[in-house]
Design a protein around this ligand. Sequence first.
Ligand code: ATP
Ligand code: MG
Length: 287
Amino acid sequence: MPETAVHVGSGKVRELYALGDERLLLVASDRISVFDVILPTEVPDKGRVLAGLSAFWFARTRELVPNHLVAVRDDGRSLECKRLQMLPVEIVVRGYLSGSGWKDYVRTGSVCGHALPAGLEESERLPEPIVTPATKAQSGHDENIDAAAAAARVGAERWAEAEAVALALYRFAAEHAEARGILLADTKFELGLDRDGVLVLGDEALTPDSSRFWPADSYRPGGPQPSYDKQYVRDYCESLGWDKTYPGPEVPADVVAGTRARYVEAFELLTELAFDEYVADPQVVLT
Ligand code: ATP
Ligand code: MG
């Protein structure tokens, strides 16, 4: 008898269902959130891109750290996962100076306690990737914290382990992506503990929603970069003079199509699979 899935929560993008006590079903919708506001317009196939890319990376990073993936369902958007006790920090790794990292650097010369060389430009590659933790805000925006604050939340030893795992994942993925024409500017990981207290990679991983992916061939430090994520929709919404509060604006068909194309292109470049192949048989990302 198939297990009953009990709805236990809705994120901005994903629906969470419990499958018994030990597993979760994470269903990625086609919703898109911009400045933490869910837009009324969906982006077709976005959920499949997020689930498929996550599964692709989970299958390739098992030797670096165990992850929560149990199975990919044939709808291509639902991942059966081991239920974890999530750490109360988000672990961002940055290889380039962008977003809140750039803002903090301009203001203070450092990012989450990492003192950086003077005179760096926006989007510049960092001498070494850095781990910049953030609080997991229940509502509103996440807040950057330093390593000491992260260690205070999860314990010093656990934090050291989490940092090492996140850096290893970043290095692996950045190298994979760069060889395929994509720069992994930064990315956010969520780690948790399983029943045995083992540190496990959870959530989504290395997707356009959790990362900044930049096309390598147009990379020019000194300002913001074009990217494969929702920046395109973000730019459209900002051009309307929207105040970034609910309700968000409807997005016209051409902007939806352009956004879908960017998500799909990132998927295809990184996995070296045609997106249609994935839709026909989601298991292809696992091998
Ligand atoms: P957003 O990501 O848009 O900021 P959100 O984090 O609230 O919003 P989702 O990402 O859609 O929403 O929901 C996923 C939720 O499930 C997150 O709270 C995440 O920490 C949690 N989660 C992910 N994997 C696991 C797991 N294996 N066990 C328990 N909780 C998990
Ligand atoms: Mg999330």
